[in-house]
Design a protein. Structure first.
Length: 162
């Protein structure tokens, strides 16, 4: 493929290698037990400060599902927006591998980041299999790391983009 044809093909992709997106969050004291209750996680470490302290934590810790949910949801939000080429795109998660590395406490500044590491056309799904690597940190502390696989599509003309 010529350089010009290769460049033209890149313009039509719904993502680009190295595309990175971030989010900053801070969970407050009320959000941790509220989310845990919502997802039926009744571990006392998310609800009872005395239990968390007795277990050796410095406060209530967030349910793993809380941070993982935010981490995964940010991929859906990002790929629902137009790409760098301005074209609308649509994506759905196919799978995520999440590894918890450290506890998440209330009122920490948390930085979430994903980077596109692979994209390949999948004709049978009428889209692109897109691979991501990401991490979540509080300062220098790695809280969570993960990989994700999404199916991205370029919607038909007239499809509403958020």
């Amino acid at each position: 493929m010529s350089t010009a044809a290769s460049a033209a093909a890149q313009v039509d992709l719904p993502a680009t290698l190295g595309e990175t997106f971030t989010l900053a969050v801070r969970l407050d004291d009320a959000e941790i037990p509220a989310f845990a209750t919502l997802v039926h996680d009744h571990n006392p470490l998310h609800h009872d400060l005395a239990a968390a302290l007795a277990a050796g934590y410095k406060g209530l810790i967030a349910s793993g599902t809380q941070l993982a949910s935010i981490f995964m949801a940010m991929t859906a939000t990002h790929f629902a927006r137009p790409g760098a080429n301005g074209r609308p795109r649509s994506g759905v998660g196919m799978g995520f591998d999440i590894r918890f590395r450290a506890p998440v406490y209330a009122n920490e500044d948390i930085a979430l980041r994903w980077t596109v590491t692979g994209i390949e056309r999948k004709e049978s799904l009428n889209g692109w299999i897109t691979r991501l690597e990401g991490d979540v940190r509080s300062g220098e502390t790695l809280l969570l790391s993960g990989t994700g696989t999404l199916l991205l599509r370029l919607p038909k003309p007239g499809w509403p983009a958020p």
